[in-house]
Ligand binder design. Structure first.
Ligand code: GUN
Length: 295
């Protein structure tokens, strides 16, 4: 068996076409949707992600501004900046790129973003709404994974999903999303993490395995059952002197061996990544539409 690739690009193109049309509709009503991205420090991967967010906004007719700030920025100054953006009626969406420099407490920052402008779905109010089953904005990577599985008609209702990784960005909100009592969700979800006694015992039983732990090639073929679906969220840089940049990107799954065993697998790069950006565009429209109303 060779798995079918769940390519992100065609799905992202469809999302961008939807967003382009909706953004044009908003502009016709006199509202140009806009996003302010805050990038603190010079994490190389973050710079690349922020660049692709800016380009995507441009393609679909969303105005974007990126505030590039030095790593030396104090937490107080960052919180004051976020306060200003919250109060600025001209700003629809706010995104603070993670990770932040170690001196800044990310929880304090995420709590400071106005939930109505929170395009990441990371604000406690929005995480809570997702958990309770009446979501406003949903974290972009989990929302992108769900959209990917829907697009390729991977059945979810009643399926066993094992998520490896309990981050606030992917693992936890994805579990909350897939467990929803809604047609097309209704999954039985297990979250495995660094203290799980035997991860393979769980993944071998899973219909869908989501690897989101940030460890290159962690999920091996012997850990999954034949015919399963593997969603690889990892984007790891591994040294490769033969590569032009001196590194290549690999996922959290051992792609080459799992390809021969699974029914579906997302490639890295080109799998989940483009959908994270696509869902950010969707969330930006959502907050722009909601501008003036309370979340
Ligand atoms: N860093 C990695 N993924 C994300 C994301 O989805 N949002 C933000 N703000 N930072 C990230």
């Amino acid at each position: 068996m060779t798995a079918t690739l769940l390519e992100g690009k065609p799905v992202a193109e469809k999302i961008e076409a939807e967003v382009t049309e909706e953004a044009a509709g908003l502009r016709a009503e006199g509202v140009t949707p806009n996003l302010t991205v805050v990038l603190v420090g010079d994490d190389p991967a973050s710079k690349v992600y922020v660049g692709s967010k800016e380009k995507a906004c441009k393609r679909v007719g969303i105005d974007s501004t990126t505030l590039r700030l030095p790593a030396s920025l104090s937490q107080g100054d960052l919180l004051r900046l976020i306060g200003d953006l919250n109060h600025n009626q001209a700003v629809h969406g706010i995104l603070v790129q993670l990770p932040l420099p170690p001196e800044i407490d990310p929880n304090a920052v995420l709590c400071a973003v106005d939930p109505a402008k929170d395009v990441d779905g990371f604000a406690p109010e929005n995480m809570g709404k997702l958990l309770l089953g009446f979501p406003y904005t949903v974290a972009c990577t989990p929302a992108g994974i769900a959209r990917m599985l829907d697009h390729y008609e991977v059945p979810l209702d009643g399926s066993n999903v094992v998520i490896i990784g309990r981050s606030n960005i992917v693992g936890k909100p994805l579990a909350a999303l897939l467990v929803q009592k809604t047609k097309g969700r209704n999954c039985t979800v297990t979250i495995c993490h660094s203290r799980t006694a035997d991860i393979a015992r769980h993944t071998r039983d899973a219909d869908i395995v989501v690897a989101a732990l940030g460890s290159p090639g962690f999920l091996r073929a012997d850990m999954v059952r034949p015919g399963c679906t593997v969603v690889d969220v990892g984007i790891n840089r591994v040294e490769d002197p033969a590569a032009k940049r001196g590194y290549r990107l690999v996922g959290d799954a051992d792609f080459d061996t799992i390809l021969k065993k699974a029914a579906f697998i997302t490639p890295v790069p080109g799998g989940v990544g483009p959908l994270t950006v696509g869902m950010l565009l969707k969330n930006t429209l959502k907050v722009a539409r909601c501008c003036g109303c309370k979340a």
